[in-house]
Design a protein around this ligand. Structure first.
Ligand SMILES: CC(=O)N[C@H]1[C@@H](OP(=O)(O)OP(=O)(O)OC[C@H]2O[C@@H](n3ccc(=O)[nH]c3=O)[C@H](O)[C@@H]2O)O[C@H](CO)[C@@H](O)[C@@H]1O
Ligand SMILES: C=C(OP(=O)(O)O)C(=O)O
Length: 422
């Protein structure tokens, strides 16, 4: 899918941040461990990653009911049928989170190999470690990973900060028989959301500090739950940065400030002074002082710092800064393919090498034809096209739709004139 955009465009209007992709898609998998009915509010129903997971789960017999107008999703899980899975083609990252529900219901699981954005090495050995530590056997088959056994409590020691590993261990432990201790857990805001959801279903999860989690399970499925997905901090930052540089007045609603403090601090340090109340940010030309956006240097890494998924938006902001900005990414040093595409809007302004992107600003952007390489990179390219002089084409924007709920509607609400081509 291609997006054609004639710029530069000044954006005005208001946009409401949706439920977080990196919570909703996890909570959806965790809903498999209930024998009750789950109602998910603030659920990003149009998100491609959520739709892909729902479609796979429908094939296993999971029943969904949607209320589009209220962003609600009702989930009921009758018995799962794993023998008839026709295709294991599910190109999203968190397939491994489906294992807990399958194991708890069927005594075995068959899950697609984890996909997701191609942003460098993304192993899954720690997931296999989780299943094994909790009493199961794991076999890598040609088309899927098979896990067999009954989940029993155990001790999971992570050798590194892993979001996915922590989530997997949590969901498995919630339906395992006995106590599970998760050490060196990595508790991000989205992981906290998952913990809150598991508790809502009746799981006994105790956080001791931020890196030790104790889960008490009795080997049974959990109960009913009604839960509201947290707003997406990455989406919030996207609209704030876009609003700040397009010289209109943009209101961003439903901003989860407490989950993105460091990112907002970096924006302020760069001279972008936001107007904010309890959950709304207003950005207008007045937010940027008379000396313009200031160059900055920052490193993405683990929470509460700037996470890697926000990297491309800071690189984009660097194009408007008065001088040389540097963005380091220690977690995903190979996450630079998009930067080569972004550079086409300002030849010579961006140097990308593994782990480090240098941006020489300020630059007037000119139209370009670019290819999406990953979700956040695709969105940064759309932002650049809105700011660039002339008609740009961004190819492969289905990657952006993986992570931005109702993107066409939101761009239209901000007055962006864009043409979507299949
Ligand atoms: C710590 C971190 O920054 N996590 C990010 C990671 O989460 P995601 O959950 O995808 O990845 P993890 O946090 O689990 O993994 C972080 C690192 O550990 C490695 N690893 C992980 C699991 C495993 O079994 N073996 C293994 O080697 C990965 O290759 C990766 O380099 O990507 C997401 C999408 O960009 C981001 O939203 C998360 O903020
Ligand atoms: C890379 C991302 O997601 P995933 O882990 O689903 O590929 C992201 O959300 O930016």
């Amino acid at each position: 899918m291609e997006l054609r955009i004639s710029g530069p465009q000044r954006l005005n209007g208001s946009v409401t941040v949706s439920g977080a992709k990196n919570s909703a898609t996890r909570v959806l998998a965790a809903a498999l461990v209930t024998n009750g009915r789950v109602t998910l509010r603030n659920f990003p129903l149009a998100l491609e990653d959520a739709k892909a997971k729902m479609s796979f789960l429908s094939g296993l017999g999971v029943e969904f009911e949607q209320r589009q107008d209220r962003s609600e999703l009702m989930v009921t899980v009758p018995d799962l049928s794993l023998e008839d899975i026709q295709s294991f083609d599910l190109p999203i990252r968190t397939t491994y989170l489906l294992a807990a529900g399958m194991l708890a219901r069927c005594g075995y699981a068959r899950i697609p190999y984890p996909g997701g954005c191609k942003i460098g090495s993304r192993g899954y050995d720690l997931h296999m470690m989780v299943w094994r530590e909790l009493g199961c056997e794991v076999e890598e088959k040609p088309d899927y990973i098979e896990i067999r056994g009954r989940l029993v409590g155990g001790q999971v020691d992570f050798p590194m900060s892993t979001v996915g590993g922590t989530e997997n261990a949590l969901i498995c432990a919630a339906v395992a028989r006995g106590e599970t201790l998760i050490r060196n857990a990595y508790v991000t805001p989205e992981v906290r959301d998952l913990v809150a959801f598991l508790r809502e279903m009746g799981a006994r999860v105790k956080l001791e500090g931020t890196s030790l989690i104790r889960v008490e399970g009795d080997g049974a499925l959990l109960g009913d739950a009604s839960f509201s997905i947290m707003p997406d901090r990455i989406e919030a930052l996207t609209w704030i940065i876009l609003g700040a540089v397009t010289e209109g007045t943009v209101f961003v609603n439903n901003v989860p400030f407490d989950t993105m403090e460091v990112s907002l601090l970096h924006l302020r340090d760069a001279g972008v002074d936001l107007f904010a109340n309890s959950d709304t940010v207003m950005v207008s030309p007045d937010c940027i002082g008379e000396h313009g956006v200031q160059p900055f240097e920052l490193a993405t890494g683990t929470h509460p710092g700037v996470i890697s998924d926000m990297q491309s938006f800071f690189a984009f902001l660097g194009l408007f800064a008065n001088g040389r900005s540097v963005v380091f990414d220690y977690r995903y040093p190979e996450r630079i393919a998009y930067a080569h595409e972004l550079a086409k809007f300002a030849p010579g302004a961006i140097e990308a090498e593994p782990g480090r992107i240098t941006v020489h600003g300020p630059r007037r952007l000119s139209a370009a034809q670019v290819a999406s390489t990953d979700l956040r990179g695709s969105m940064a390219q759309i932002m650049a096209a809105i700011c660039a002089e002339g008609e740009s084409r961004v190819h492969g924007v289905e990657l952006a739709l993986r992570g931005y709920n109702e993107l066409p509607k939101k761009l239209a609400a901000l007055g962006a004139e864009v043409v979507w081509r299949a």
